[in-house]
Each structure stands twice: as C-alpha cells, then as structure tokens.
Design a protein around this ligand. Structure first.
Ligand SMILES: CCCCCCCC/C=C\CCCCCCCC(=O)SCCNC(=O)CCNC(=O)[C@H](O)C(C)(C)COP(=O)(O)OP(=O)(O)OC[C@H]1O[C@@H](n2cnc3c(N)ncnc32)[C@H](O)[C@@H]1OP(=O)(O)O
Length: 213
C-alpha cells in the first residue's frame, strides 16, 4: 500500500464510516435512481393542487419508513491501493445520493480521470445551460480523483475556474482531469468540461494539499 493509501485509510477509519456489501449497494442505488426520477418529476409536474398534496403525504410516509432504521453517517466503500475512495453518498456521482449528478469517473491508464455524462434540467442555471456551481462541483471531484489516483490525495486548497462558453444541459458532455505536477504535499491538477461540439466550456486548475493529520 502507498503512503497515500494508508493516510486515506487513517482519515476514513477515524470517521467510523460503515461499509456496505455489493447487494446492499445495488438495492440502495436503485432506490436513489427512483428518487432522482421523482426529483425531476417534481420540477416538471403540472398535476393539480389536490394531487400534489396527496403525493406530498405519500412521500412523507415513505421518508418515515426509510427512517425507521438510520445510520449515523453516510456509508463509504473502502479505499483503493492508490488512495482513491469510493464515496457512495458523494454529491458528485454518488450512487446512493439522489441529488448527485450521474457522473461516473473512470481513471485511465495514463492517470487521466474522465467522465461522460448528461445533465438534466435539475442542474440548470441560466435557461438551457448548466449552473456554474454544478460545473465547479463536478470539476472539483474530477480533479480530486486525479490527485488521488496519482497517489497524492488531498483537500482542495485552491480551485480556479474559467467559464469559456455556456455548458448546455440535456446533451452528452465529457470532463477530464490530469495531474500537472506535485511539490511536497501539494498536487496541481488541470481539468476541463467539453461540450458536444468538442469545444471546451469550462477550464479548471486546482491545488490539493495532503493534510498532516
Ligand atoms: C489523506 C488525505 C485526505 C483527503 C481527503 C480527500 C477525500 C478524497 C476522496 C475521494 C476523492 C474524491 C475527491 C474529492 C474532491 C473534493 C475535495 C473537497 O471538496 S475538499 C473540501 C474543500 N477543501 C477544504 O475544506 C480545505 C480546507 N483547508 C484545509 O483543510 C487546510 O487549509 C489544508 C489541508 C488545505 C492545508 O492545511 P495544512 O495545515 O495541512 O497545510 P499548510 O501548512 O497550511 O499549507 C501547506 C502548504 O500549502 C499552502 N496552502 C495551503 N492552503 C492554501 C491555499 N488555500 N491557497 C494557497 N496556498 C495554500 C501553504 O501556503 C503551504 O505552502 P508552503 O509549504 O509554505 O509552500
């Protein structure tokens, strides 16, 4: 195990997060997906006020059923040898988090963290386009995964963004991040979001700092 992997394991163990087995993850991921669809339906519904009130009560009843047995913290699933963490409830791509945009990040052999995804209207800022804060969140995650996969995980210390052109929603997007260099505890990473026309919409650079403890 790398020093970074050991450091991450220490950080996570000190936070006493439970692990789930594959079957539990699959079941909860399906539930989260249904809730994602519910969120989208809430934004678009045109049903009448009485129906809205009835659905509100049904949703409240479902929340009470789920809350009958609760964990103190959201679960994590382990740390890889390279120090990367699969955070199941992450607000970016966390399969158990119904508000997470569906951003599945894959680390390529050259260390590039890459994701192909489509954002729906739930992530809209200006009409027709993705909210800038959502783009920043996705890029922060991608940058952090690239840093972790490099064996040099850390906390985001700086995140610089350049919004070159609007990022459309409802169409396939690509995002990529790659480590530029490391200096001691600091890791510098570059990233971008690319629109369906192949042009970059947002560029980002970040510095991650490995905490001392
Ligand atoms: C074992 C690693 C554990 C990491 C856990 C990561 C989970 C990974 C999991 C899965 C991958 C997915 C990725 C997730 C992506 C999302 C990540 C986030 O959202 S992180 C939340 C937002 N960020 C914060 O809340 C940071 C808050 N700040 C801090 O905790 C500290 O300030 C920290 C750790 C950044 C630095 O604190 P110090 O005490 O360790 O280090 P000092 O001694 O102050 O600085 C070291 C060097 O860095 C520079 N530095 C530090 N912060 C700077 C800053 N903000 N701007 C410029 N320089 C800075 C300093 O000037 C110093 O440089 P000189 O050595 O003198 O050259």
């Amino acid at each position: 195990m790398t020093g970074a992997g050991a450091a991450m394991r220490r950080v996570l163990e000190s936070r006493e997060r439970a692990s789930l087995n594959g079957e539990q993850v699959a079941a909860l991921a399906e539930l989260a997906q249904r809730v994602r669809e519910l969120n989208e339906a809430v934004v678009h519904t045109e049903v009448g006020a009485d129906e809205v009130a009835a659905i509100r009560d049904e949703v409240a009843a479902l929340t009470a059923r789920l809350s009958a047995a609760r964990r103190e913290h959201p679960p994590l699933v382990g740390v890889g040898e390279d120090g990367t963490v699969r955070h199941l409830a992450s607000p970016v791509g966390g399969v158990l988090n119904p508000i997470a945009p569906p951003v599945a990040i894959v680390v390529q052999p050259d260390g590039t963290a890459r994701a192909e995804f489509t954002l729906n209207v739930l992530y809209e800022g200006p009409p027709g386009f993705v909210h800038g804060g959502v783009s920043a969140m996705i890029l922060d995650q991608l940058l952090g995964v690239a840093a972790s996969a490099n064996g040099t995980p850390g906390m985001t210390a700086t995140l610089d963004l350049r919004y070159r052109r609007p990022t459309p929603h409802g169409v396939p997007l690509v995002a990529e991040a790659k480590v530029d260099r490391t200096e001691g505890r600091k890791t510098f990473v570059d990233a971008r979001i690319i629109g369906p026309d192949g042009r970059t919409t947002v560029e980002a650079t970040a510095m991650f700092v490995m905490p001392l403890r």
